[in-house]
Design a protein around this ligand. Structure first.
Ligand SMILES: Cc1cc2nc3c(=O)[nH]c(=O)nc-3n(C[C@H](O)[C@H](O)[C@H](O)COP(=O)(O)OP(=O)(O)OC[C@H]3O[C@@H](n4cnc5c(N)ncnc54)[C@H](O)[C@@H]3O)c2cc1C
Length: 179
């Protein structure tokens, strides 16, 4: 199944590719919380493991490792650019520009709508991959790991921003909140 080409089912990259990319690009649009870098690193690693195509896994492992993410600071600009570049590199030159990212994935600035859509797509991928046993028995753990990593990032990105010293913000459930 090198290249993920199939018969149009969930094992076909034309099925899972657009959905997984949409999960990643959508998350990137709302990654304006300081401290989400480590959670993103987990999502990128889990995505590499999830991809049902060896060639894609190799390409994406290299592309993901090249995205520099701060541990403490805000990472939206870097992750959205890095993912756009990684997608463009394998996307066959469809002409999708970086300027189109917000309109395509940002749900007009509605954070909850973006994250709800991510959860819906994650569920769709999980259901289809399980139903069609896409990952086979050798990588059975990849799907729950991916779901856990995506869910963790969603929780972090849903949290209201917290004002920290110097006017920066980080995600948080308590403490002093910025309106
Ligand atoms: C993480 C990952 C890695 C992959 N690696 C490979 C690989 O190494 N080799 C391979 O052959 N296939 C790879 N694929 C699959 C490939 O990228 C496509 O998803 C698949 O071939 C289906 O192509 P498509 O033309 O239907 O749509 P896609 O390329 O999936 O695009 C879907 C939609 O995304 C939007 N889009 C297009 N370009 C961009 C961009 N640069 N940034 C944001 N949005 C964009 C457009 O609206 C487009 O209609 C990978 C998929 C994923 C999720």
């Amino acid at each position: 199944m090198e290249g993920g080409d199939g018969d149009g089912g969930a094992a076909d990259k034309r099925w899972w590719g657009p959905r997984i990319w949409r999960v990643l690009h959508s998350l990137a649009e709302v990654s304006d919380r300081a401290g989400c870098g480590p959670a993103w690193r987990g999502v990128l690693r889990a995505t590499v493991e999830l991809l049902p195509c060896e060639l894609c896994r190799r390409h994406f492992a290299t592309a993901a490792a090249a995205i520099a993410l701060p541990v403490l600071g805000e990472c939206r600009a870097r992750i959205r650019h890095g993912l756009w570049a990684a997608h463009a590199a394998v996307g066959g030159g469809g002409g999708f520009t970086e300027e189109q990212l917000a309109a395509e994935y940002g749900c007009d600035g509605n954070r909850d709508a973006v994250l709800d859509r991510v959860m819906g797509l994650m569920g769709e991928v999980g259901t289809a991959f399980r139903a069609e046993a896409v990952l086979g028995r050798f990588r059975a753990g990849a799907l729950p790991d991916w779901e856990r990593a995506v869910r963790g990032l969603v929780v972090l990105l849903r949290a209201p921003p917290v004002v920290v010293g110097g006017g920066g913000t980080r995600a948080g459930g308590g403490g002093r909140r910025r309106r």
